[in-house]
Design a protein around this ligand. Structure first.
Ligand code: PLP
Length: 445
C-alpha cells in the first residue's frame, strides 16, 4: 500500500489519542515504519534520533531482540493465563519477585495492570480499602498537583491536574490539587530553595484546610514529566516528607516515567530518598515492547489488606499477562547485566547535563535544565522578563517541527521543549542530540 492510501485510511478510520482531529486532517501524520538502537525512521526514509524514547518507554532503545524473543517464546508456551481465582503463572511470580528486589526497601508486593492509567485507578481502590480496613473511613481525599499527568482513565485523569483535560469530563470529587513546584514558571522573586519550601507548605495548608482526618493520600511524580520535566528544587521533597509523616497520609509515587533508571537510580524515589506507600509503574518496565503496568504496594499497606481477609474486588483480565511479565523479566535482566543505570549516573547523565546546559545560552532559551536522562528548554521571547511567545502552543509546536526537520524527536508541552532519550544513548549521540536541538532553536528563533 502506498503512502497516500495509508494516510487516507488513517484519516478515515484511526482516532489518534491526544490529537486535534481537525488539525490532523489538514496536516496528515507521520507514519513510523521501523526503528533501531536510538533511532526511528518514517515512511519517507527520514531517520531521526528519538529524543523521547517513544513515549518515555524504550529506555533500552529499539533493538533488544532478547526482549522480543522472551515475549515470543512465552506466547508459544502459554500465550495467556491470568492470576485470578486461585491461579497464577510462572512469569508473573518471577517478575513480582524481581520487582521486589529492585524497588525501594519495604516494597515487596505488586498488583499488575495493563497500563499506568489502570495502575493509578488501582491505587485509588487500594487507598480506600486500606483506610476502610484500618477503620478510618473518613480518610477519603486524595491530593494531587496542578499540571500533573497521571493517566487517561476517569481515575487517572481526575488525579491529573491538566485543566484542558478536566474540561472534557467530570472529575472524581474526592480528588483535589495543590501547586506544582515549578520554579521557572511560578517562583517569582523567590530563590529555588525558598520556592521549594513554599510549594511543599501548600500541601500542609491544604491538609489543614481539609482536615487531616479526611485526607487519605498524596500522589506525585518525583519530577513532573509530561507537565514539562519540572525538576523540584532540592528543598521540596524533604519538606513534603515531613508534612506527610506529621499527618499520617499515604505517599503514592507515580514512577511511570522515572522508574527503571531515568534519574540514574532505579526509581525517582531512590534519587530523592523517598519511601512511598504505593508506587505506580508502566512503560519502561517492558521497554515499551508489551503493555504492562502495576503498582508496588509497601508492606505497611499490603499487610493490612492481606491480614484482614475479605475479597479485594478489583482486577483486570490482563493483570500479569504472561508475555508481558516475560518482557519485564528480560528488561530487568538487560538493565542489570549491562549496568545501564550505573552508566547514566556516572557517564552519560553528567555528560548530557554539561552539553544541555550550553543550550541555555541560546537567545530564545530562558532555562535549560536536566537530570539523568531528561531535559527541558523553556522557550522565551525575552530572556530578562521571561516573556513567552505570543501564541503559547505555536512556539513549542514550531520548535518541535524544526527538530523533526533536523532529525531529532523532541516533545513540546506549551512553551517547554522536553527530551527523554533512551538510556543507552552514547556520549557521541548526546553531542548529536544537542547539535540538532541547537539547529532547531535557530530555525525557530
Ligand atoms: N502516570 C504518568 C506519570 C504518566 O506519564 C503516564 C503516561 O504518560 C501515565 C501515568 C499513564 O500511563 P498509560 O499511558 O500507560 O496509561
Amino acid at each position: 500500500m502506498n503512502k497516500s492510501q495509508l494516510l487516507q485510511q488513517d484519516r478515515e478510520h484511526l482516532l489518534h489519542p491526544f490529537t486535534d482531529f481537525h488539525d490532523l486532517g489538514k496536516q496528515g501524520t507521520r507514519v513510523i515504519t521501523n526503528a533501531d538502537g536510538a533511532y526511528i525512521t518514517d515512511i519517507d526514509g527520514h531517520r531521526m534520533l528519538d529524543g523521547m524514547s517513544g513515549l518515555w518507554c524504550c529506555n533500552l532503545g529499539y533493538s533488544r531482540t532478547e526482549i522480543a524473543d522472551a515475549i515470543y517464546e512465552q506466547l508459544k508456551t502459554l500465550p495467556f493465563y491470568n492470576s485470578f481465582f486461585q491461579c497464577t503463572t510462572i512469569p508473573s511470580i518471577e517478575l513480582a519477585d524481581a520487582l521486589s528486589e529492585v524497588t525501594p526497601e519495604g516494597m515487596n508486593n505488586v498488583f499488575f495492570t495493563g497500563s499506568g492509567s489502570e495502575a493509578n485507578d488501582t491505587n485509588l481502590r487500594i487507598i480506600r480499602r486500606y483506610w476502610d480496613l484500618k477503620e478510618q473511613p473518613n480518610k477519603r481525599i486524595v491530593i494531587s498537583r496542578t499540571n500533573a499527568y497521571h493517566g487517561s482513565t476517569i481515575g487517572g485523569a481526575s488525579l491529573g491536574g491538566m485543566s484542558g483535560m478536566h474540561k472534557q469530563f467530570q472529575a472524581l470529587d474526592y480528588i483535589t490539587h495543590i501547586q506544582q513546584p515549578y520554579w521557572f514558571g511560578e517562583g517569582g522573586d523567590m530563590s529555588p530553595e525558598e520556592f521549594g519550601v513554599q510549594a511543599a507548605r501548600s500541601l500542609d495548608e491544604k491538609i489543614q484546610e481539609l482536615g487531616p482526618d479526611n485526607v487519605a493520600a498524596f500522589i506525585a511524580e518525583p519530577i513532573q514529566g509530561a507537565g514539562g520535566v519540572i525538576i523540584p528544587p532540592e528543598t521540596y521533597w524533604p519538606e513534603v516528607k515531613k508534612v506527610l509523616a506529621k499527618y499520617d497520609i499515604l505517599l503514592v509515587m507515580d514512577e511511570v516515567i522515572f522508574g527503571f533508571g531515568r534519574t540514574g537510580e532505579w526509581f525517582g524515589s531512590d534519587y530523592y530518598g523517598l519511601k512511598p506507600d504505593l508506587m505506580t509503574f508502566a512503560k519502561a518496565v517492558t521497554n515499551g515492547y508489551f503493555p504492562l503496568g502495576g503498582t508496588m504496594v509497601s508492606d505497611r499497606v499490603a499487610e493490612v489488606i492481606k491480614a484482614k481477609g475479605g475479597e479485594f474486588t478489583h482486577g483486570y483480565t490482563y493483570s500479569a499477562h504472561p508475555a508481558a511479565c516475560m518482557a519485564g523479566l528480560a528488561t530487568l535482566n538487560v538493565l542489570r547485566n549491562d549496568k545501564i543505570i550505573d552508566n547514566v549516573r556516572e557517564t552519560t547523565g553528567p555528560y548530557l547535563a554539561k552539553r544541555w546546559a550550553e543550550l541555555g545560552d541560546h537567545p530564545i532559551v530562558g532555562e535549560a535544565r536536566s537530570l539523568g536522562m531528561v531535559g527541558a528548554l523553556e522557550l522565551v521571547k525575552d530572556k530578562g522578563s521571561r516573556a513567552r511567545f505570543d501564541d503559547k502552543c505555536t512556539a513549542g509546536g514550531v520548535c518541535r517541527d524544526m527538530s523533526i526537520k533536523n532529525g531529532l524527536v523532541m516533545r513540546a508541552t506549551g512553551d517547554t521543549m522536553i527530551i527523554a532519550p533512551p538510556l543507552i544513548i552514547t556520549t557521541e549521540q548526546v553531542d548529536e542530540l544537542v547539535e540538532k536541538a541547537h539547529r532547531a532553536l535557530d530555525d525557530t528563533a
